[in-house]
Each structure stands twice: as C-alpha cells, then as structure tokens.
Design a protein around this ligand. Structure first.
Ligand code: KIV
Length: 259
C-alpha cells in the first residue's frame, strides 16, 4: 500500500520511526523507493548538487516540477513531497495556492513543503489544507532565509527555542501533517516532538524526532560539501572518479572495447 499522510501520523502514535530521503530524478527515486524509504522529498536542496546554484534561492517552480515528474514516474510506495521554491508562496495565499495546486495537478506528488511558521505561514498552510492540499512544515534552519540567518544552528537560546516551538504548534493547528526540524538542539527537537501529535522529521536535530531525512547526495557521498550533521553511507564521488579514470585508461590504451 502506498504511504499516506495519515499513515505517517499513525506511525508516530505507534513509535515507528519514519525514513525520509530526497530524490531529484527517476533512477534514484526508483532505487530508494524499492529500498523501502517511507517519504521522498523533492527538496529545493536540488538547487546546489543537481543544478549547481550557490543557494536554493534561484530555483524556479518549473525547474523543481520538471524533476518532481521524473521522481513520480519512479515511485510506487513512498509518499512524495515537493518543496515550494523561494518566492513561489511567500507573496500571498493566492500565490501559494497557485504554486501548490500546480505541483499536485501537474506532477502527481501528494504534498508540498514550505519553510517558516508563525504567524504568516500558518495562515497560508491553513488555506492550503482547507483546499485539500497536504502541507509539510519546515522550521529551525530554513535555507531560503540564508541571507538573514546563514546556515547556523537555530534555537540555541530559550527565546529562540520557544519561538520554534510556537511556530511548530501553529503549523500543526493550521493542518500541517508533519514538520521538518532542521539544525536545532536535540533537546529542543525532543521537546517539540513530544508536544506535537503530528510527526517531526529531523535533519541535524538529534535522535528524538519521529523520523529522519537526509539529502541523498550527502548520504551517497556525492556532494562537494555537506553539512556537519550529515552522514555519508557511501563514497560515490570516489567510485565515479575511479570508474571514469579506469574507462579513460582502457580507451587510451586500446583495451576497450575488445574484439
Ligand atoms: O530541500 C531539502 O532537501 C530539505 C531537506 C534538507 C529537509 O528541505
């Protein structure tokens, strides 16, 4: 049975941890879906490892939707969530509705994710969910605000932690089905996770969230640079470089192809 947003909430109640990864193309989406990942995020993080941008800011809705359609074709089980890129939802509720509607109608993904919380985003999330569009929130380090907050850990003071908690509660009240907690202290993520009835999906937020997400390029060791909290489970940069060197050598020495 394909994973649904309701299933994720049930898993939180059952304390069954949720596994999430990003995917940006058909091949990787198919592999990670068949490997049993629960949630696949077509994240705007694709701006850097896939499109070579400096930040997530230049990414357009058309660009991410092009990749989301490829991911959709590769996935049978996992829930697919697509990020709304910078300035495709912050201007007005109408803009958010238009962008999120396009994502659901044209890509076949089941949900969207947007960054930020109280008070503005909670209103937007409330309107989107009222229209039947499932929304995942994202608080803590929100990379679309990099020019304001950098890539630093967030929520380190009591006041800042309280604000992230209040944003999370507001997003839940607005109807979000899950919230990404990025790069915040583990004890704060633990506290938020206990306060919410919807699942928290952590990245750089310690072990107490209801699930974890990683950028797949980081997990595979493909990224040029990766955040300190990411873990590489393979070193594909090395594997690919070696394979290309071996091929080049064999071509230049006339060993490939053989007769
Ligand atoms: O864009 C992305 O990949 C994300 C994850 C880091 C959660 O938002």
């Amino acid at each position: 049975m394909p994973v649904t947003t309701h299933q994720l909430i049930q898993w939180k109640q059952q304390r069954r941890l949720i596994v999430a990864l990003t995917a940006y193309d058909y091949a990787i989406a198919q592999l990670i879906d068949q490997a049993g990942v629960d949630l696949i995020l077509v994240g705007d993080s694709m701006a850097m490892p896939i499109l070579g941008y400096e930040t997530t800011l230049p990414l357009t809705l058309d660009e991410i939707m092009h990749h989301a359609k490829a991911v959709r074709r590769g996935v049978k089980q996992a829930l697919i969530v697509v990020d709304l890129p910078f300035l495709t939802y912050q201007e007005s509720v109408q803009q958010a509705m238009h962008s999120a509607g396009r994502v659901l109608k044209e890509t076949g993904a089941q949900a969207v994710k947007l960054e930020g919380g109280y008070p503005v985003m909670a209103t937007t999330v409330s309107q989107l969910t009222s229209a039947g569009i499932p929304v995942m929130g994202h608080v803590g380090l929100t990379p679309q605000s990099v020019h304001q907050i950098g890539y630093k850990k967030q929520g380190k003071t009591v006041e800042a932690g309280e604000r992230i908690l209040q944003e999370s509660i507001a997003l839940q009240q607005a109807g979000a089905f899950a919230i990404v907690l990025e790069h915040i202290p583990a004890d704060l993520a633990d506290h938020i996770t206990q306060k919410l009835t919807i699942p928290t999906i952590g990245i750089g937020a310690g072990p107490h969230c209801d699930g974890q997400v990683l950028v797949t390029s980081d997990l595979l060791g493909l990224s040029e640079k990766q955040p300190p909290f990411a873990k590489a489970y393979a070193n594909l940069r090395e594997t690919i470089t070696q394979a290309v060197k071996d091929y080049s050598l064999e071509v230049r020495e006339g060993k490939f192809p053989n007769s």
